[in-house]
Design a protein around this ligand. Structure first.
Ligand SMILES: NC(=O)c1ccc[n+]([C@@H]2O[C@H](COP(=O)([O-])OP(=O)(O)OC[C@H]3O[C@@H](n4cnc5c(N)ncnc54)[C@H](OP(=O)(O)O)[C@@H]3O)[C@@H](O)[C@H]2O)c1
Length: 294
């Protein structure tokens, strides 16, 4: 639908978006996951991740100028702002950062939520060189970045993947691929040091997955399911991403210099964003889904 472009208030910037990244969070918001937690302003523009060019700066903004290429997280439910739009607003001291001019907007838009979550999860795990990590959900947005960060930390990376994506995940640095469609969790390798679980939700059988850990190991989960772990001899960690300008700057630079690989598996025009969400939600994605905005 047509809505008026938002106006930047003091300390805010107006961004002309060129691409939006699709995340499970977007369709969870559309399904009302936060409706009892945060007030939502309607019409509500979906989309947390995006990249574009600063069009206008509000009063008091000195860190950014019109023409700067930026990316980050933008969804503001209380004001109805998001990135599946031509324009959005961000606080200048918020979850945004400049991107190198050579980094395409589509690649940048695919990064924020997934790469920050993976980066912070691997750091929270305290993963050491020579340790073994199992990444459950390794072919998804977060997983593909986590495989790379874990491999770069010198870990042995066991990654779940379908046969169709096996070579792709090995190419990102996985040591071994586990076909989750043909092997039961009870048959997964044991005695691993860290599990990064991107699949289980509260009420699921996360305890079965925890059995692969050695005593004293760490299980991290991105869906608030780690709190229900029954096993007492492991560390359960719920991961919630908190993007900072410093880390966004680092991740954009790593990507622009080829040290971090981002795979855009599908792209959709803004008018087709609902189809893009539906496709991303249906699974079997080769990489991130991006909405391009002319
Ligand atoms: N707390 C936070 O800050 C935070 C941040 C980012 C994401 N998240 C959450 O973390 C989860 C992962 O995010 P994402 O962006 O990576 O999602 P995604 O791109 O949809 O990836 C999910 C991956 O899990 C795979 N998968 C599904 N069932 C599986 C199973 N039984 N065993 C192994 N793998 C399986 C999927 O494979 P197929 O495609 O073959 O089905 C897909 O590759 C989502 O629930 C998301 O909401 C939380």
């Amino acid at each position: 639908m047509e809505v008026a472009a938002p106006q930047p208030g003091p300390g805010e910037v107006l961004i002309r978006l060129h691409a939006a990244g699709v995340n499970p969070f977007d369709w969870k918001v559309a399904e009302g996951v936060l409706k009892d937690v945060i007030p939502h302003a309607f019409p509500l523009v979906l989309g947390n991740d995006g990249a574009g060019v600063i069009e206008q700066v509000g009063a008091g903004v000195s860190d950014y100028q019109p023409g700067d290429h930026v990316y980050g997280q933008f969804m503001d439910l209380e004001r109805g702002h998001g990135t599946y739009a031509e324009y959005t607003i961000a606080a200048a001291d918020g979850k945004i950062a400049r991107i190198p001019l050579e980094l395409p907007f589509t690649a940048a838009a695919a990064l924020p939520t997934a790469s920050i979550t993976a980066y912070q999860a691997i750091r929270m795990a305290g993963l050491q060189s020579g340790q073994t990590i199992l990444i459950n959900g390794a072919t998804g947005g977060v997983g593909q970045f986590a495989v790379q960060f874990a491999a770069q930390a010198g870990a042995r990376v066991l990654a779940t993947a379908t046969p169709a994506l096996s070579d792709h995940i090995l190419g990102l640095g996985a040591s071994e691929v586990i076909d989750f469609t043909s092997r039961a969790v009870s048959e997964y390798p044991r005695n691993v040091d860290v599990v990064l679980d991107l699949v289980h939700t509260p009420g699921g059988d996360i305890d079965k997955l925890a059995e692969v850990l050695r005593p004293g190991g760490t299980l991290l989960n991105t869906n608030h399911a780690a709190g229900s772990l029954i096993r007492q001899d492991i560390r359960g960690v719920n991961v919630t991403n908190h993007a900072t300008t410093e880390e966004l700057t680092l991740l954009a630079e790593l990507t622009a210099t080829g040290k971090l690989q981002v795979t855009v598996g599908a792209s959709f025009a803004l008018a087709d964003a609902p189809a893009g969400i539906a496709e991303a939600k249906s699974g079997n994605a080769y990489g991130k889904t991006v909405v391009t905005i002319a």
